[in-house]
Write a protein that binds this ligand. Structure first.
Ligand SMILES: Cc1cc2nc3c(=O)[nH]c(=O)nc-3n(C[C@H](O)[C@H](O)[C@H](O)COP(=O)(O)OP(=O)(O)OC[C@H]3O[C@@H](n4cnc5c(N)ncnc54)[C@H](O)[C@@H]3O)c2cc1C
Length: 306
């Protein structure tokens, strides 16, 4: 009985290893990327680490057939991958070869006799569903990441991959013009909601973001209805997921479609003038008050601490 985890970067690797461990059997990392990434994964506590070492200028997707063939030969009961687009592509290829059930937004795994029980979020994150699966299973993992490590790193096994670049080769990388990368990886993010009355009031939010060295994100209506920000600034179920250390939600009601995008934020602070606002049930610290008074006070406080 073995379980495979397809890895293209560190994203959710510890969480996936922990989830797969709950099923029993060996857990193997199939790393598609540089050798250094495979060596990092070896330190997390996988039983085996296979490395499909990517060649310079060849995207990870070029190795989909090799990964799928290797999975087919090993016949794992479970193949996991993170929700990153490239991981999902590789997982899909393996799932087809394995004739496996394919299921997404999975938060946790368990066993019930011969069956795997998959706990996945549904209805925009409002509910969790448990689904029992018989037979091989491919899972897009969307659960929490956790830190894991092992005192005894597994040896890295290099898998011969031939010449995958003949089919797929990166020919050019250029700036896309989108600014979202900063927001996606920022340690601090200020989220703007419909509590803001006028476009000019964005000055307030910019001052706060400057004072706390943060990026700015927004809710869907601030983008779609008000047109104050482009779509790549929207956080939530239909757009971006972010995981900053600190998220300050300003004038945001806390609908699940938005808060599902900040599920992995470490600390959430909400500023809202409605004591009944749902965001107050989903934040670590709530400031009940008019944002036009609270935000300038926060700007001064952040300026004082530098
Ligand atoms: C299929 C689908 C997908 C969706 N996907 C997303 C998504 O990815 N991301 C997303 O964000 N939304 C998404 N939505 C929309 C979502 O359901 C909510 O409508 C949206 O998140 C609400 O945005 P908001 O909190 O800015 O506005 P509102 O719900 O209008 O909240 C504004 C808040 O500001 C507060 N406020 C008002 N004045 C002040 C003041 N002076 N001081 C302090 N607080 C004040 C109010 O009390 C209120 O709580 C989706 C909806 C659907 C149907």
């Amino acid at each position: 009985m073995n379980n495979w985890i397809i890895i293209i970067d560190e994203r959710r690797a510890g969480g996936m290893l922990d989830a797969a461990r709950r099923l029993g059997g060996q857990v193997l990392a199939a790393v598609v990327g540089p050798r250094a990434l495979a060596e990092d994964m070896a330190k997390l506590g996988f039983d085996r680490v296979l490395c499909f070492e990517t060649a310079e200028g060849v995207p990870a997707e070029a190795y989909a057939a090799q990964v799928a063939d290797a999975a087919k030969a090993a016949e794992p009961r479970l193949v996991l991958a993170s929700d990153a687009p490239i991981s999902r592509t590789l997982l899909g290829a393996a799932a087809v070869k394995l004739n496996a059930a394919l299921i997404g937004t999975v938060r946790a795994l368990a066993v019930n006799g011969e069956r795997i029980v998959v706990s996945r979020s549904a209805a925009e994150g409002k509910v969790l569903e448990d689904v029992e699966v018989q037979g091989p299973l491919a899972v897009i993992f969307d659960g929490e990441d956790i830190e894991v490590s092992s005192a005894q790193p597994a040896p890295v096994e290099l898998i011969p991959v031939g010449e995958p670049g003949a089919m797929l080769r990166l020919v050019e990388t250029s700036e896309s013009g989108a600014e979202s990368a900063g927001m996606l990886t920022a340690a601090r993010v200020v989220g703007v909601g419909m509590g803001l009355r006028f476009r000019e009031d964005l000055k307030l939010i910019e001052e706060l973001a400057d004072a706390m060295h943060a990026e700015i994100a927004c809710t869907l209506p601030v983008c779609d209805d008000m047109r104050w920000f482009p779509a790549h600034r929207v956080v939530g179920s239909s757009h971006n997921q972010i995981a900053p250390d600190l998220y300050i939600a300003v004038g945001i009601s806390g609908q699940p479609q938005h808060t599902s995008g900040i599920r992995d934020a470490k600390v959430v602070v909400a500023v809202n003038n409605d004591p009944e606002a749902g965001i107050f049930k989903k934040c670590d610290y709530g400031i009940l008050g008019d944002l036009y008074k609270v935000v300038p006070a926060l700007v001064s406080a952040f300026k004082n601490i530098g």
